[in-house]
Ligand binder design. Structure first.
Ligand code: ZN
Length: 489
């Protein structure tokens, strides 16, 4: 048991996540400005998203279609009517003084996201709702000559379409929160709803955290942590907050409801403000927009646009391709990786070997190169070619690793590299026997030691033969031949 588990042993953490995802539309939610990251500040704006008097919003149909896709992908119920409301608050990045969101009648309710639960089984994390809203702008505190004296505001992001996905408090620790976020991201990526780029802010997460004595039913007072801008920080911040609450309660204190800001550099939370209640926002229906009517056909259209989703694919990789659940869950997190693996598995006829290659070598190289999979020099067919060479005994596993490195660097196919560099595994007994006999004859002391019962010496002999053959000998055949030679057969 780690220090954290020991500390919180008597308590059960209760966590719910609120995830904001920017939708992959061409334009903003209520105007024709481009939805694009990285442009010069305040170049993607118009009277509507600047909140100028008299400007009227009009709803982006594509944004609704993508939000519906997220809803059906997570098994939500979509009521026929939802309502946009104004959420009123003042902040310099919010030119209108309110954010158009949904409150009483959200786009979708219910639904769930499947994660791997304790003990390796599947656990369904329930969703409370998915609603649509517009993003706010962004304050710029650094990177300009005047930074330090003033802050700037960039309104390019103001009005960009978001969905907020609110989970029920079903998560029981930092690991589950991490797993949930991973699974949700997978669903949104597969469905083409969002690019989920946390660095660019297109996926953001707030966490509601409370603790209760183990076995208790009633929920404790919760705090909300904001500013969780990476998967790692989500888990770290939640762990930190659980530990803080436990220590507070253990020393006779009381958790107060508040909003906390996570400081990743210092690894701690700081109080931001006492938590607002919904009535602080004075929600009321947006008078400039009609209610949003979603027909059954529209929902059906969203459903048809969905590909096979990660959870289904994970189950199929286990049942159809015989992968261990762990492999299946790693390989299905991102669709390009899953597609790549599946193509390699089918072309090689050896799914488990293909899985090993993708999970270790391919993912490692991608990380090193920091490039997307589609740009890699080794396609799935080429990888399958290498797997087949190993399976046929043409190259040893060790040699295959070197061949893979060369394939990755040059884009050349495995058989061509093996042929040119003479890397074919020596499985031919007559050739191997000559080397084996030579090694045994040259090491009488070791041979005597083996014959006197120290069978561990066999490993030493195998090593000698491998060295003399430049690693190309088939170690199993070598072992067999050595045993015979040493026994004097
Ligand atoms: Zn605009």
């Amino acid at each position: 048991m780690g220090a954290f588990e020991e500390l919180v042993a008597g308590y059960e953490p209760v966590i719910g996540l609120e995830v904001h995802a920017q939708l992959l539309t061409r334009t903003k939610l209520f105007c024709g400005c481009a939805n694009r990251f990285g442009a010069e500040p305040n170049t993607l704006v118009c009277p509507v998203c600047l909140g100028l008097p008299g400007a009227l919003p009009f709803l982006n149909r594509q944004a609704v279609s993508l939000a519906l896709r997220a809803a059906v992908a997570t098994g939500c119920t979509v009521p026929p009517v939802s309502v946009f409301e104004r959420k009123n608050y003042f902040y310099p990045d919010l030119p209108k003084g309110y954010q158009v969101s949904q409150y009483e009648k959200p786009l979708a309710t219910g639904g769930h996201v499947a994660i791997t639960g304790p003990g390796g089984g599947e656990k369904l994390v329930r969703l409370a709702r998915i609603h649509m809203e517009e993003d706010a702008g962004k304050l710029l505190h650094e990177g300009f000559p005047w930074s330090g004296e003033r802050s700037g505001v960039d309104l390019n992001r103001a009005g960009v379409p978001l969905i907020e996905i609110v989970s029920e408090p079903d998560l029981r620790g930092p690991d589950e929160a991490h797993a949930y976020l991973t699974a949700l991201r997978g669903v949104l990526l597969y469905a083409g709803v969002s690019d989920c780029n946390m660095e660019e802010g297109s996926l953001r997460c707030d966490a509601n955290v409370s603790i209760r004595p183990r076995g208790a039913e009633a929920l404790g007072t919760r705090t909300e942590i904001k500013n969780l801008n990476s998967f790692r920080n989500v888990a770290r911040a939640i762990e930190h907050e659980i530990a803080r609450q436990v220590a507070l309660v253990e020393s006779g204190g009381r958790v107060v409801q508040e909003t906390l800001l996570w400081n990743a550099d210092r690894g701690e939370t700081a109080s931001m403000r006492s938590k607002e209640e919904a009535h602080d926002y004075r929600y009321f229906p947006e008078p400039d927009l009609p209610t949003l009517a979603v027909t059954a056909e529209w929902v059906e259209e969203a459903r048809r646009a969905l590909p096979e989703l990660p959870a289904e694919r994970r189950r199929r990789f286990v049942s159809e391709l015989g992968l261990p659940p762990y492999d299946a869950s790693v390989l299905t997190q991102e669709r390009p990786v899953a597609d790549y693996f599946e193509a390699a598995a089918r072309a090689s006829g050896n799914p488990k070997a293909a899985s090993n290659w993708v999970m270790t070598e391919v993912l490692r190289k991608l990380k090193e190169d920091d490039r997307p999979l589609v740009e890699s020099a080794v396609g799935p067919e080429a990888l399958a070619g290498l797997v087949r060479l190993v399976d046929a005994g043409t190259v040893s596993g060790k040699t295959a690793k070197d061949v893979f490195e060369k394939m990755w660097a040059t884009g050349e196919e495995a058989p061509a590299i093996v042929e040119r560099e003479g890397l074919t595994q020596l499985s031919d007994d007559s050739a191997l026997r000559a080397v084996v006999d030579e090694v045994v004859a040259g090491s009488p002391d070791q041979a005597a030691s083996y014959r006197s019962g120290k069978t561990a010496a066999l490993g030493w002999f195998v090593g000698q033969v491998m060295r003399r053959t430049g690693g190309r000998a088939n170690p199993q055949r070598v072992g067999d031949l050595l045993r015979k030679a040493l026994a004097g057969v």
